[in-house]
Design a protein around this ligand. Structure first.
Ligand SMILES: Nc1ncnc2c1ncn2[C@@H]1O[C@H](COP(=O)(O)OP(=O)(O)OP(=O)(O)O)[C@@H](O)[C@H]1O
Ligand SMILES: [Mg+2]
Length: 288
């Protein structure tokens, strides 16, 4: 299958020179059409930078990015915005809704920019709002809706023209757990319809819902594994425990706990670090 995203050695350096920030540090990832990927990392780890890069909203300092077979560095601005409009639905960190427009007008706005005729615009926006369960809120303004509903309007706006790829930056940030669940439900539905979903989050519980998890730390990919029980390609297989650091293992344990429910953890003691098996390295060093 043709790769959707193929990044090789991507670096993004802000303010090159003395105060430079290496927001992405030799990142290589491949993403195939139809995947549901969560990119997880702490604040400042480079998630939004990576999303901007994947979505062609920003250009790397170095490295190669092939999107659907096209070398992004060789495309003109017009070609890039064309790809963005045609292929990618963005759900940004924060909702980015326009306060004095109704839900339906917010969804229609990008369609106006794309020159979609009025009748089709109405149909597309109504269908998209119905899909996220907001058929009764079409004429409401953002201030008249809950946070979860506003986020769903932002999703409707992203999916109105059925883009094959949805890039979502913290779509459940600042939402309560019930609203987060609704939003995740919508994203899962879109995935089951065949869209590629790339979801950015700092939340292990949210990432655990995706099929594949890519962890980023200080601009580097530190982990990339499948959540599901599907057969994995050799390079996709999770690293064996003895090759993982204590911190990684603890993180994995938390991810698993988020899926099975914390109360079911065999050693449910929230403050205590989970017991980690001796690593090979420690054995070799002859400690204990
Ligand atoms: N325009 C910029 N100029 C300089 N530094 C920047 C710029 N944008 C981001 N950075 C820095 O790059 C690093 C990565 O930022 P990024 O926004 O990608 O983080 P993030 O993982 O999305 O964080 P958060 O979870 O808080 O949204 C941070 O250290 C940030 O301070
Ligand atoms: Mg961010």
């Amino acid at each position: 299958m043709e790769k959707l995203v193929s990044m090789q050695d991507i670096c993004k350096i802000y303010n090159p020179g003395e105060n430079e920030v290496r927001a992405l540090d030799h990142v290589s990832i491949d993403i195939y059409p139809g995947e549901f990927v969560a990119i997880i990392g702490q604040s400042g780890s480079g998630k939004s930078t990576l999303m901007n890069m994947i979505g062609c909203l920003d250009v790397p300092t170095s490295g190669t990015y092939i999107l659907h077979g096209a070398d992004v560095s060789k495309l003109s601005d017009d070609e890039l915005s064309d790809i963005r409009n045609r292929e990618i639905g963005f759900i940004f960190q924060g909702f980015n809704l326009i306060a004095n427009l109704t839900a339906k007008e917010n969804v229609e706005l990008p369609l106006i920019y794309r020159g979609v005729p009025q009748k089709e615009r109405h149909e597309l926006s109504e269908t998209a709002l119905a899909k996220v369960g907001l058929e009764k809120r079409m004429t409401h303004r953002p201030s008249e809706m809950s946070g979860g509903q506003q986020q769903r309007v932002a999703i409707a706006r992203a999916i109105a023209q059925a883009p094959p790829v949805i890039l979502a930056d913290e779509p459940t940030g600042n939402l309560d757990s019930a609203s987060s669940k609704e939003i995740l439900g919508v994203l899962k539905q879109l995935h089951s319809e065949g869209r590629t979903i790339i979801l950015i989050t700092h939340d292990n519980g949210i990432a655990a819902q995706a099929k594949r998890v890519i962890r980023i730390m200080d601009g580097k990919i530190v982990e990339d594994f499948q959540n599901s029980g599907e057969t994995l390609k050799e390079e996709e297989k999770p690293k064996p425990a003895e090759n993982r650091s204590e911190q990684e293992l603890s993180q994995l344990f938390d991810d698993a706990a988020a899926v099975i429910g914390k109360e079911n953890r065999p050693d449910a003691q929230p403050e205590k670090q989970p017991e980690v098996q001796e690593t090979k390295e420690v054995e070799e060093n002859g400690r204990e």
